[in-house]
Design a protein around this ligand. Structure first.
Ligand code: AMP
Length: 522
C-alpha cells in the first residue's frame, strides 16, 4: 500500500469543515483591517530563501526541499547546444566530417549527444577506458572530451588525455536552476513586492493562506507539509510602514482573530530584536559570554555560538537553559530609536486593551527580523505551543535586491490553530437540509429536478437513487445527517405535493412543491 509521505497527512471531512471555518473567519477579520489576498507560487528559486531567510537558519541550513530543475543532462545538453556554435565556431567545420559521437560532460553528470551514450569521465581510469572504447568503435576518430569550464581539469588529467590522444575542450553550460518548496511565505511576498513594484500602491496590506514545507522531525503539531495563514504590511517608509501603529494594529488584529475563533487563553510574548546596528554590539557581547561556556552546551548551540549566536536563545534543550539564562539580552543593547519604537508599540497595545508579556529571550528562527518580534502561544498545544509568530523585517526587501521597504508580518500555524480550537468539526459542519429520495424506477429525473430547485435556494441537498428501496434511502439519509427526507414517487409527482419527513421527530407531512423551501427552512 502506498501511504502519504512521512510528515504529510490527508485532511479529511468532517475535519476539513473546521479548516474552512477558520479560513472563513480569517478572511472576514482580515477584510475588516483592509488586508487583501496574495497568492505566490509554492516553489521559488532556492536563492530567494538563502538570501531572504538566511543561510545560517535551521530552515535554510537543513530543512528545505530543494532540487535541480529538469534532468541535469537535459539542462546541460541545452546549454551545450545553445553555446556550441559560439564556442566551436572555428572548430566545428573541421570536425563535422567525422565528428566524434562521444560527448562528455564531467563533474557529476553525463549527457548523451548524437544518440550514443558517453561514459562518465571523472577519473583517470575512466578517461583511459573511454579512450580505449573510442578507439575500438571509431578507430579513425580522435576522441573529443568536452568538459564544463566550471570543472577544473587537473594537470595529471590533461597530461594523460594528451598521451591517449584525447582532445579536451572546455565548454560553458548553464547550471541547472535550483528550486525550493517554500518553507515560509514572507520571502515570496517580498519578492512579489519587488517584482511588481508594489510600492506604487503605497502601503501594502497582504495576506496569504497556504502550504509550507520543511524537513523537520515530524511530531504532534509539527509536519513537513503544514499550512500557514500570514499577513504582511509592507511599503515605503513614506507610506507609514515603519510606524509602531502598524505593529500594534497587526497584533490587535491577531488578538481579535483568536478571540473570534474562541481561543481565549492565548499569551502574546513581545520583544524587540533591535536593528542590525544594535545587534552588532549584542552579538559581540553574546560571543564573549558564550566562549567560556559553549563547550558545555548542545551541539547546535556550539555551532550557533560561532555562526549566529542570537540563535542560541532558540535552544530547547533543558540542560542548556541555566546557561542561556545567564547570557546578555538584546534589550540591554537597544538603541534610542529601537527603544522608543518598542515603547510606542506597547503603549498602543495597552490603549486598545491587548494583553502581552515582554520576553527578552524571544528571537525567532529567521534572520530577517528587526525590532518588533512576537509569538502567540497556547497552553493546550504542549511542546509545540507557538500558534503563530512574526515581527518586523525592515531590511528584507533590500537584502533581496529591492528598494527600502520596511514591513511587519506574521505566520499562523494553521494546523496548530485548528488543534487548539474548542469548536468541533461537528458544530461547524453543515449537514444536508434534505435528502431527496426518488422512489420507484424512472424517478431519478424528477428527483434531480426537485434537488436542482432546492439547491438554487441555497439548501444543502443530498440526492438518492431510484434503485434504492425506501428503507435504504432512509438509512442513507440518516447516515448523511440530513434533517429531512423528501420522497419523490409517482403519486407525489402526479399531485405535485411531496412527502417530507423530519428525521429527528418522525413527523411526516405532504407539502406542495411551491411550499417546500419555506417548510424545510422553518
Ligand atoms: P515560523 O514561520 O517558523 O515563524 O512559524 C510560524 C508558525 O508556523 C509557528 O508558530 C507554528 O505554529 C507554525 N509552524 C512552523 N513550522 C511548523 C511545522 N513544521 N508544522 C506545523 N506548524 C509549523
Amino acid at each position: 500500500m502506498i501511504k502519504a509521505v512521512r510528515g504529510t497527512r490527508d485532511l479529511l471531512p468532517p475535519e476539513t469543515a473546521l479548516w474552512n471555518f477558520v479560513e472563513a473567519a480569517v478572511r472576514d477579520v482580515f477584510r475588516a483591517y483592509n488586508f487583501q489576498e496574495i497568492r505566490t507560487p509554492i516553489f521559488e528559486a532556492t536563492e530567494l530563501f538563502a538570501r531572504g531567510v538566511g543561510e545560517e537558519t535551521d530552515i535554510v541550513a537543513k530543512e528545505m526541499y530543494t532540487w535541480e530543475d529538469a534532468k541535469p543532462e537535459e539542462q546541460m545538453a541545452n546549454g551545450w547546444l545553445r553555446r556550441q556554435s559560439l564556442i566551436f565556431r572555428n572548430a566545428l567545420p573541421s570536425l563535422s566530417k567525422d565528428r566524434p559521437r562521444w560527448v562528455v560532460e564531467t563533474r557529476d553528470t553525463v549527457f548523451p549527444l548524437e544518440a550514443e551514450i558517453a561514459p562518465r569521465i571523472t577519473t583517470l581510469e575512466r578517461l583511459q577506458s573511454f579512450s580505449r572504447l573510442a578507439r575500438e568503435v571509431r578507430p579513425n576518430v580522435r576522441p573529443l572530451l568536452l568538459h564544463s569550464t566550471d570543472f577544473a581539469i587537473g594537470e595529471q588529467f590533461r597530461v594523460e588525455a594528451e598521451r591517449l590522444g584525447v582532445e579536451l575542450v572546455g565548454i560553458e553550460v548553464d547550471p541547472p536552476q535550483r528550486l525550493t518548496l517554500r518553507p515560509e511565505n514572507t520571502a515570496g511576498v517580498v519578492r512579489a513586492y519587488i517584482e511588481h513594484k508594489l510600492w506604487d500602491r503605497g502601503l501594502n496590506k497582504l495576506y496569504y493562506i497556504g502550504p509550507q514545507f520543511r524537513r523537520e522531525r515530524p511530531q504532534k503539531g509539527r509536519y513537513r507539509q503544514f499550512y500557514q495563514i500570514g499577513a504582511e504590511v509592507i511599503g515605503p517608509a513614506s507610506a507609514g510602514s515603519e510606524s509602531p501603529a502598524r505593529d500594534a494594529e497587526v497584533l490587535e488584529m491577531l488578538a481579535t482573530l483568536l478571540d473570534r475563533l474562541g481561543i481565549t487563553d492565548w499569551n502574546l510574548e513581545l520583544n524587540s530584536v533591535g536593528t542590525p546596528a544594535d545587534r552588532v554590539q549584542f552579538n559581540e557581547a553574546l560571543r564573549k559570554a558564550l566562549d567560556p561556556v559553549k563547550e558545555k552546551m548542545c551541539g547546535d548551540c556550539q555551532r550557533r555560538a560561532v555562526t549566529n549566536p542570537l540563535r542560541v536563545f532558540d535552544c530547547k534543550v533543558p540542560e542548556d537553559q541555566p546557561i542561556i539564562e545567564t547570557l546578555p539580552r538584546i534589550t540591554q543593547f537597544l538603541g534610542e530609536d529601537s527603544r522608543k519604537h518598542f515603547d510606542a508599540v506597547q503603549d498602543i497595545l495597552r490603549s486598545v486593551g491587548v494583553e502581552f508579556h515582554t520576553n527578552d529571550r524571544l528571537v525567532r528562527g529567521l534572520d530577517y527580523y528587526t525590532r518588533t518580534a512576537f509569538e502567540f502561544t497556547h497552553g493546550a498545544l504542549g511542546a509545540q505551543n507557538a500558534i503563530l509568530g512574526g515581527g518586523r523585517y525592515d531590511g528584507l526587501s533590500e537584502a533581496l535586491g529591492g528598494p527600502s521597504a520596511p514591513g511587519i508580518g506574521f505566520a499562523i500555524g494553521e494546523d496548530r490553530l485548528v488543534m487548539s480550537l474548542k469548536e468541533t468539526a461537528e458544530s461547524v459542519l453543515r449537514r444536508p437540509d434534505v435528502y431527496v429520495a426518488p422512489l420507484g424506477a424512472g424517478m431519478n429525473g424528477e428527483a434531480a429536478r426537485l434537488a436542482r430547485e432546492l439547491r438554487r435556494h441555497d439548501m444543502v441537498v443530498e440526492l438518492g437513487d431510484d434503485g434504492f428501496r425506501l428503507k435504504k434511502s432512509f438509512e442513507a439519509a440518516t447516515k448523511a445527517g440530513a434533517k429531512y427526507i423528501l420522497i419523490v414517487g409517482e403519486n407525489e409527482v402526479k399531485t405535485d405535493a411531496f412527502a417530507l419527513k423530519n428525521l429527528a421527530t418522525g413527523e411526516q407531512v405532504s407539502v406542495p412543491r411551491a411550499e417546500l423551501v419555506q417548510k424545510i427552512r422553518a
